[in-house]
Design a protein around this ligand. Structure first.
Ligand SMILES: Cc1ncc(C[n+]2csc(CCOP(=O)(O)OP(=O)(O)O)c2C)c(N)n1
Ligand SMILES: [Mg+2]
Length: 686
C-alpha cells in the first residue's frame, strides 16, 4: 500500500542523507515546512497553470512531485545561471504531457527566463511554456518531448554522447549523468524496446530513468492494455531496476543513491498516484489531461495543506528551492577552473559550438577537384563513402553508424573504430536493427553537443524512424541520415524495399533538407552542405546502382547547395527544360541529347534539394526554371510535388504504383522511366 505522507521533517520518511530541517532551512526565515511542502509547490503550480489555461495535464506533475523534488534537490547537477554549461546533468521529461513539472522546476530553482508570468501564460501563444516542452523555448528544456518514448531515446543518445566525449576529453571536462522521467505511455511505445536494449548493450550506467508507475493512462487503468513486468523487462535489457513508493521521498532518494554507482543503466519504478492530492479525482484518468475544476482544486489545497493563492509560493519554500542550485553552481565554478587550463580546451569548445574546423573548406575543395578528375562511375552510396574517407579524419566530431546495414549504406570508413563496451574510444556505432531508436538517439547525441551524428538504413525504412526525423526537424538539429537504396533502382529486393512515396513525404516535412545527388561530385557537395547546416537535419538519398559522372568541370561554388541549377544549357533556343534528381539526371541528359538531335533545344536542371532551391532569390529561381513551354520532370518516385516546377503531374515521368522485383534496368523499362519517354513527353508538351 502507498503511504500518504503528511509527516513533517524528521518523521519516519525524512531523507536519509540530508534532513531539510538542519541543512535546508533558511535561518533568516525559520517558518517550518516539510519536504512534502516543497513537492506541493510543484503540485500547486501545475494545477493552477492548467486551470488558468483551461487545458493541460495536472496528473503527472502531481503524482511525481515528490520523486522529482528529491532528484532536483539532492542529485541533479545544474546551474540556472549557466543553463548551457556543457557538463550539467541532463534532465529529460520524456512524458512531455507533464510539462508543468519541468516548468515548475525551472521557475522554482530560478532559471531567469522561467518567470511566474510564464507559468501564468502556460499554453498561450508566444509563451515559453508551450503545451509540451519545446526545445529552444527556454533554457533548461533539453529536448522537445510529447511524442511518447522519444525522450527516452534522446536520453540514451545523450548518455552515449557523454560516455564517448568523456573518453575523448577526460572526466575533468565531461562527467555527468542523464536522467529521464518516463510514463506508462513511453514504456508501451515500441521505441522504448529499441533504446532500452541499446542502452543496456552500451552499458550506459550514468543513465537513470524514473518511471512514473501510476498504472493509469488516458483510457483508464493500464491493465486495459498492458501487463508487462517493467522491472523484469528492464533487467532483461541489461539494466538494474527496482520499485519504490514514489510518494516516499526517502525511498526515492535511497534508490537514486543506489543508482549513482550502478554498473548498468538504472531504472526506478516510482509507484505513484496520478493527480495525487486531488480529493475525488486522484488515482484516476480524469486527472491525466484536463483541468481539475474549481472545486477539486480547492479541495486539493485543503488536502495538501497548501492554503496559498494560485501561483503563490511562500517565500520560505521558494528560497529553499532556490538553494537547490547551490551545489551545482559550485561544481560549475570548479569545472570552469579545470576547463580554463585544460590542454584540449580549444578543441572541446569548438566541438561544443558545433563549428567545423578551419581546414574543412580547403579539404572539401581538394576532394572535389580529385573527384572531377576521376569522373568515377559509381553508386552514390559509394560516393558517400569516398566523402567520409576524406572528411572523417579532419572531423573527429563525426559519429557514424548504421541500423545493421553498414556494408550496404557504406557508412563506415576504414579508419573508424567501433564503439563496443567497455571500449568507448570509437566513432562508429552498430545501432543494430533499431532504426527508430537510432534516430531518437542521434537527436539526443546532437542535442548533447560535441558530435555530428549520422546514421544509415535503407531509404524505405525512413518510415521506421520518421517520428524521430520529424523531431530532428522540429528542433533544428544537425542529424544526418544516410539513406541508401533510394528507388526501383535497387532492383531485385522488390516493392517492399523500393521507396516510391518517401521523397514526397519527406520533402513535405518543414525544416528538413532532402538531398538526392546525381553523381560523386554532387554527393560531396550535398555532404558539405549538410555538415555546414547547423540548424537543419539532412537526409542524403543515395543509390545502390552505379551512376555516370555528370559534373566534369571543377568549379569552386557548391552548386548543389543552391538546391537546383542548370547542369546543361540548351543548344540554340531553350525550348524545353528537363528537371531531375539523383539517378534520373543522367537519364535527363540522354533525353536532352535525343531532343537536340531533333533540333529541340533542351536544358537540364539537376535538383538535388528542393528546400534549398525554394529558398533561393526569385531571380535565380526564375532563371533556372526558365520560360520554355516544354517543362518536364523525371524522377523514379511518385510525381507528387513536382507540379510546382512543371505545372501539372502529367508533365512528370515517374512512378504511379509500387515497384516490382527484377533487375533495375528491366524495371526502368517496365515502368517507362526512360530517356525516350522523357523526350516524347517533352515533344507532346511543346
Ligand atoms: C506517440 C504518442 N502517442 C500518443 C500520445 C497521446 N498521449 C499523450 S499522454 C498519453 C497517455 C500516456 O500515459 P502515461 O504515460 O501513463 O501518462 P499519465 O496518464 O500517467 O500521465 C497518450 C496516449 C502521445 N503523446 N504520443
Ligand atoms: Mg501512467
Amino acid at each position: 500500500m502507498l503511504r500518504r505522507q503528511t509527516d513533517t521533517i524528521g518523521g519516519p520518511s525524512s531523507m536519509s542523507r540530508r534532513p531539510i530541517f538542519e541543512a535546508d532551512m533558511d535561518p533568516a526565515n525559520p517558518t517550518a515546512f516539510t519536504q512534502r511542502d516543497l513537492a506541493n509547490a510543484i503540485r500547486a503550480l501545475a494545477m493552477d497553470a492548467v486551470e488558468k489555461a483551461n487545458s493541460g495535464h495536472p496528473g503527472l506533475p502531481m503524482g511525481m512531485a515528490d520523486a522529482a523534488t528529491v532528484l532536483f534537490q539532492k542529485f541533479l547537477k545544474f546551474d540556472p545561471a549557466h543553463p548551457h554549461w556543457p557538463d550539467r546533468d541532463r534532465f529529460v521529461l520524456s512524458a512531455g504531457h507533464g510539462s508543468m513539472l519541468l516548468y515548475s522546476f525551472l521557475y522554482l530553482t530560478g532559471y531567469p527566463e522561467m518567470t511566474i508570468d510564464e507559468l501564468k501564460r502556460f499554453r498561450q501563444l508566444g509563451s515559453r511554456t508551450a503545451g509540451h516542452p519545446e526545445y529552444g523555448h527556454a533554457p533548461g528544456i533539453e529536448t522537445t518531448t510529447g511524442p511518447l518514448g522519444q525522450g527516452l531515446g534522446n536520453a540514451v543518445g545523450m548518455a552515449l554522447a557523454e560516455r564517448l566525449l568523456a573518453t575523448e576529453f577526460g572526466s575533468d571536462l565531461v562527467d555527468h549523468k542523464t536522467y529521464a522521467l518516463v510514463g506508462d505511455g513511453c514504456l508501451m511505445e515500441g521505441i522504448s524496446h529499441e533504446v532500452m536494449s541499446l542502452a543496456g548493450h552500451m552499458k550506459l550506467n550514468k543513465l537513470i530513468v524514473l518511471f512514473d508507475d501510476n498504472h493509469i493512462s488516458i483510457d483508464g487503468p493500464t491493465e486495459l492494455a498492458v501487463d508487462d513486468d517493467q522491472i523484469e523487462r528492464f533487467k532483461a535489457h541489461g539494466w538494474n531496476a527496482e520499485r519504490v513508493d514514489g510518494l516516499d521521498q526517502a525511498a526515492v532518494g535511497a534508490a537514486l543513491e543506489r543508482a549513482q554507482t550502478s554498473d548498468k543503466p538504472y531504472m526506478i519504478a516510482c509507484r505513484t498516484i496520478i493527480g495525487y492530492g486531488a480529493p475525488t479525482k486522484e488515482g484516476t484518468a480524469a486527472t491525466h489531461g484536463s483541468p481539475l475544476g474549481k472545486d477539486e482544486v480547492a479541495g486539493a489545497r485543503v488536502k495538501l495543506a497548501w492554503p496559498y493563492e494560485p501561483f503563490v509560493v511562500p517565500e520560505a519554500i521558494l528560497s529553499a528551492w532556490r538553494r537547490f542550485a547551490a551545489p551545482g553552481a559550485a561544481k560549475r565554478e570548479a569545472w570552469e577552473r579545470r576547463h580554463a587550463s585544460h590542454a584540449k580546451r580549444d578543441e572541446f569548445d569548438r566541438r561544443q559550438q558545433g563549428v567545423l574546423p578551419e581546414k574543412f573548406d580547403s579539404a572539401f575543395a581538394r576532394m572535389k577537384r580529385a573527384m572531377v578528375a576521376e569522373a568515377a562511375k559509381i553508386a552514390t552510396r559509394q560516393s558517400s563513402q569516398k566523402v567520409l574517407e576524406v572528411l572523417q579524419p579532419i572531423l573527429p566530431e563525426l559519429l557514424g553508424g548504421s541500423a545493421d546495414l553498414t556494408p550496404s549504406n557504406n557508412t563506415k570508413t576504414k579508419a573508424m573504430s567501433v564503439v563496443e563496451p567497455p571500449n568507448y574510444a570509437g566513432s562508429y556505432i552498430h545501432y543494430g536493427v533499431r532504426e527508430h531508436g537510432m534516430a531518437a538517439a542521434m537527436n539526443g547525441i546532437a542535442l548533447h553537443g560535441g558530435f555530428i551524428p549520422y546514421g544509415g538504413t535503407f531509404f524505405c525504412f525512413t518510415d521506421y524512424c520518421r517520428p524521430s526525423i520529424r523531431l530532428s526537424a522540429l528542433m533544428g538539429q544537425r542529424v544526418i541520415y544516410v539513406m541508401t537504396h533510394d528507388s526501383i533502382g535497387l532492383g531485385e529486393d522488390g516493392p517492399t524495399h523500393q521507396p516510391v512515396e518517401h521523397l514526397a513525404a519527406l520533402r513535405a516535412m518543414p525544416n528538413l533538407l532532402v538531398f538526392r545527388p546525381a553523381d560523386t561530385v554532387e554527393t560531396a557537395e550535398c555532404w558539405a552542405k549538410a555538415l555546414q547546416e547547423q540548424h537543419h537535419p539532412s537526409i542524403l538519398v543515395l543509390t545502390r546502382q552505379a551512376l555516370p559522372a555528370l559534373r566534369l568541370k571543377y568549379g569552386k561554388e557548391n552548386l548543389s547547395a543552391l538546391g537546383g541549377y542548370i547542369l546543361a544549357r540548351a543548344e540554340g533556343r531553350r525550348q524545353a527544360t528537363i528537371f531531375a534528381s539523383g539517378s534520373e539526371v543522367s537519364l535527363a541528359m540522354d533525353a536532352r541529347a535525343l531532343l537536340q538531335k531533333q533540333g529541340i533545344g533542351a536544358a537540364v536542371v539537376s535538383m538535388p534539394c528542393w528546400e534549398l532551391f525554394d529558398a533561393q532569390p526569385e531571380p535565380y529561381r526564375r532563371k533556372v526554371l526558365g520560360r520554355a513551354r516544354g517543362r518536364v520532370a523525371v524522377e523514379a518516385a511518385v510525381p507528387f510535388g513536382w507540379e510546382r516546377y512543371v505545372g501539372t503531374a502529367d508533365a512528370v515521368v515517374g512512378m504511379r504504383s509500387y515497384g516490382a522485383s527484377a533487375p533495375a534496368p528491366d524495371l526502368y523499362k517496365h515502368f517507362a522511366i526512360t530517356a525516350e519517354a522523357v523526350a516524347a513527353l517533352v515533344k507532346k508538351r511543346l
